[in-house]
Design a protein around this ligand. Structure first.
Ligand code: UDP
Length: 344
């Protein structure tokens, strides 16, 4: 009786436990909080090469590498699903150093996928990206449009999406690839937010130009075929993204095979529009200078998120203003912490 009871308990614990690989990173830690809010237990797995221990505070953190098969296999025995956030994600860097992306995103991803299949875990949620579409023929972008990535980052993510698709009929793997548009903002309640080193993303770079932590923001290209000449992106609040992961997890119980969903708001904003919003929110002008185009940047990437809405019941609830407000609160919090740490 006891042994059976204990086994039943551990199976139930496994069912509600999710391995969040890259869980001490920006999007992974927000997903961990969203999972907890919905009654799941998130176990974080991170080598802390880009993640931060304090972002995983309050959760079990297994500090190990994705290539450490023994530790990974042990962790996978305790969970019913994997959320995979551990990847390099800078377009510009991927153009300069593609091997890093093939190693970490492709080889690392496959190491995780093999360990997942070997452990008999059949549910997988993957952080994919709108970079899989390359330079799309039309905007907004639907999931059926051709995947023709124009940089090694997008190529590495598309490779992994395809690997998930191949594993569905062969091994019964159920997966959702979530194609994020531009993740930004910070959780409103928890002490978590964006912290990349080095920081390359538009909103944090612009806010750091406001606080003086960095020099003037460079505007990469003002001669794009867009109304104000700067690139258009679909900025999506990280808490909206995090909620989509939990919905995708529930959705996996009802599907066979591999599904892909765009996660965006459906609204585009140019670099100039983002700067104007930052100036409204902070009440300060953003020091900036015009610069060359950044290699690998398509002019416009805006999601058609209707498939995610229909299948997952998901819709972005927060807009650009809220993204900038929460990112600004977070930036100020981090600046105050740095000042305390340095005794300034
Ligand atoms: N961008 C910019 N200056 C910066 C960082 C980004 O002008 O310092 C532009 C970039 O060219 C792109 C947009 O802002 O058009 C969003 O870039 P980000 O790196 O935030 O995200 P990505 O679209 O590369 O995923």
């Amino acid at each position: 009786m006891m042994a059976g009871g204990r086994k039943a308990f551990s199976l139930a614990a496994r069912e509600s436990s999710i391995l969040v690989v890259g869980g001490a990173g920006y999007i992974g830690c927000h997903a961990a909080h969203a999972l907890r809010r919905m009654g799941y237990e998130a176990i974080l797995y991170d080598n802390l090469s880009r993640g931060h221990r304090f972002l995983g505070k309050g959760f079990e953190l297994i500090e190990a590498d994705i290539f450490d098969t023994e530790i990974l296999s042990g962790a996978l025995k305790r969970v019913s699903a994997v959320m995979h956030f551990a990847a390099d994600s800078q377009v510009g860097e991927s153009v300069q150093n593609p091997r890093k992306y093939f190693r970490n995103n492709v080889e690392g991803g496959i190491a995780l996928l093999n360990a997942t299949l070997d452990a008999g875990v059949s549910k997988f949620i993957f952080s994919s990206t709108c970079a899989v579409y390359g330079v799309p023929e039309r905007s907004p972008i639907t999931e059926e449009m051709p995947r023709r990535p124009v940089n090694p980052y997008g190529m590495s993510k598309l490779f992994f999406e395809n690997a998930l698709e191949a594993c569905a009929p062969a091994y019964g793997l159920r997966s959702v690839s979530l194609r994020y548009f531009n993740a930004a903002g910070a959780d409103e309640q928890e002490n978590i937010g964006e912290l990349h080193e080095p920081e390359t993303h538009l909103i944090p770079c612009a806010l750091k130009a406001v606080t003086g932590e960095r020099g003037a923001l460079q505007i990469f290209g003002t001669d794009y075929p867009t109304p104000d000449g700067t690139c258009i992106r679909d900025y999506i609040h990280v808490s909206d993204l995090a909620e989509a992961h939990v919905l995708a997890l529930k959705h996996l119980d009802g599907i066979a095979g591999a599904a892909q969903y765009n996660l965006g708001t459906g609204e585009g904003a140019s670099v100039q529009k983002v700067i104007a919003t930052i100036e409204e929110v902070t009440g300060t002008s953003v020091p900036r200078r015009l610069a060359e185009r950044r290699p690998g940047d398509p002019p416009e990437l805006v999601a058609d998120p209707s498939r995610a809405q229909a299948a997952l019941g998901w819709k972005a609830r927060r807009g650009l203003r809220e993204i900038v407000e929460t990112a600004w609160q977070w930036e100020q919090k981090m600046a105050a912490q740095t000042a305390r740490n340095t005794g300034a």
